[in-house]
Write a protein that binds this ligand. Structure first.
Ligand code: SF4
Length: 495
């Protein structure tokens, strides 16, 4: 048996994860679409990185013919005319690695470069680098340096062609930050031993299930907890949960009055124990600051690693959709407006111009998580400086329902979460996101990418368009209805 670089890294996170990946991949859960989108993005970043090494040669062999890849790599390493090798493949000690870039630095010396879609260094990359160094050295490659190549968040795309020398940062990894061969060898030996066993290793769920990445077997190892479990209090630190569980306290109902909790957590405990929604005496005052016409607004965006349009940096958000529900006066019918970009052209100006029309003369603009919409408006002001004053006026009218809910409302069914989906589900008993074609932000981004893909059939585009409009519209409709319920409960009214 041999393991790959990614399997080795998974095994460093958790030996059981490695075992499941090899022997029981069917136990994995999560969206395969989201995983594929992340992989495709990594692939595109890798291709862009290769442009920084002109004359480099790709070992163009798929994963089913890795022995051929090893042979071709050996030939390329022996050819002094080749300045860089992409996907160079080596095997040593039961481990097979494919190196993003192997750059020739001298006749016999190479520099190993690991390409990341991230915008900075992360501690767990040390194992990515460590395992490759171990295998390459074992396979007889003379390494003169090891580097990480990651995206430069300050790079601004000119809208024409990526300048790979500025799009990426190449940072030397100091020797003291790499994992030594002794530790790598010990871990490889242990991983191969575990994989040879008839049953998975006995590993209890813990912090490793979410760090450094969310494990795809999370749902399998962490069965559903009761709705009143102590971990479902807002912002509960793991140590606090562990303290309670160690004292035999699993249910919120058992938490003693003297147990130290934040004000929000204490309110949540009281709401769960009483079974009633808690409302702060200040809520009526907060709601009375709303001014008609009230617009309920939500944006959808994607934030690609590689900037799409002129003026954008890696991971800048492309705003592709908005929804607005608008109420002119108390008791009047609420009207719906929306915008959805339907092709690959730059959506920023039409997004903003149509939005300005829909929210014209608004008194208050209700959003959920003001920081997000405000940041997107700041982005638009940077890209479209001619619209700065209109954008500043919109920003001045933003009214954040999330902040109000956090301060002044807790429903026993929030389960520790203040997400709009959870809050709407708890406060509006007849509203659910179940069964929607698109039910969360990540899915919306994936659906939009398919919608604007010229290869997507007209029937599929139609379906995606309907799903996106329904999802974003449901969010703004939920905002309007939550405000309505809270207003009735407090008898406060907007003016
Ligand atoms: S969920 Fe946790 S315990 Fe289970 S395999 Fe993943 S990391 Fe290991």
């Amino acid at each position: 048996m041999r393991i790959s670089k990614s399997k080795f890294v998974a095994g460093v996170q958790c030996l059981k994860r490695l075992y499941f990946q090899v022997h029981h991949p069917e136990l994995a859960t999560g969206s395969s679409e989201a995983t594929e989108a992340v992989m495709e993005q990594g692939h595109q970043v890798g291709l862009a990185a290769q442009k920084a090494f002109p004359g480099g040669v790709l070992v163009a062999v798929d994963h089913k013919h890795l022995d051929d890849a090893v042979r071709i790599t050996r030939e390329l390493v022996g050819n002094a005319e080749v300045p860089a090798i992409f996907e160079a493949t080596f095997e040593y000690g039961g481990v097979l690695v494919r190196t993003d870039v192997l750059e020739r630095r001298s006749r016999t010396g190479y520099r190993l470069i690991e390409v990341k879609s991230a915008t900075g260094l992360k501690p767990h990359y040390a194992y990515d680098i460590g395992i490759q160094k171990y295998v390459l050295s074992g396979a007889g490659v003379n390494l003169e340096g090891t580097c990480l190549m990651y995206l430069n968040r300050d790079y601004v795309f000119d809208g024409q062609e990526y300048d790979a020398s500025r799009l990426f940062v190449i940072a030397e990894v100091p020797l003291e930050q790499t994992i030594g061969d002794t530790e790598i060898s010990r871990r490889v030996e242990n991983q191969l031993r575990v994989l040879g066993q008839p049953a998975p290793p006995d590993v209890e769920p813990g912090r490793q299930c979410t760090e450094p990445v969310l494990c795809e077997f999370y749902d399998h190892c962490n069965p559903d907890l009761a709705a009143d479990h102590v971990s479902f209090l807002p912002r509960m630190r793991t140590e606090k949960v562990d303290d309670l569980i160690a004292s035999g306290i699993m249910s919120v109902h058992q938490i003693p009055d003297e147990f130290p909790l934040s004000e929000t957590q204490r309110r949540a405990v009281d709401a769960v124990k009483s079974g009633k929604m808690w409302i702060s005496p200040e809520l009526a005052g907060e709601l009375s600051t709303l001014r008609y016409p009230i617009c309920f607004m939500d944006f959808e965006t994607i934030f690609p690693a590689l900037p799409r349009f002129a003026g954008m940096r890696p991971y800048d958000h492309v705003p592709f959709q908005w929804s607005v529900h608008r109420q002119e006066r108390a008791g009047e019918l609420i009207k719906r407006y929306d915008f959805l970009a339907e092709n690959t052209s730059d959506p920023r100006l039409p997004f903003l111009e149509s939005l300005c029309q829909a929210i014209k003369a608004a008194g208050s603009i209700v959003v959920y998580n003001q920081g997000f919409e405000a940041s997107r408006l700041d982005d638009l002001a940077r890209w479209l400086p001619g619209h700065r004053s209109e954008i500043a006026k919109i920003k001045a009218k933003l009214w954040d329902l999330l902040a109000v809910i956090r301060r002044s409302v807790y429903h026993p069914d929030f389960g520790g979460s203040f997400s709009l989906k959870r809050v709407a589900g708890a406060i509006l008993s007849d509203m659910s996101y179940d069964g929607l074609g698109v039910a969360e932000g990540i899915q919306a981004g994936i659906a939009w990418t398919r919608l604007v893909d010229p290869a997507t059939s007209p029937e599929e585009k139609d379906k995606l368009k309907r799903a996106l409009l329904q999802y974003c519209g449901q969010d703004t409709h939920a905002l309007a209805r939550i405000i309505d319920v809270l207003t009735k409960q407090t008898s406060a009214g907007a003016v």
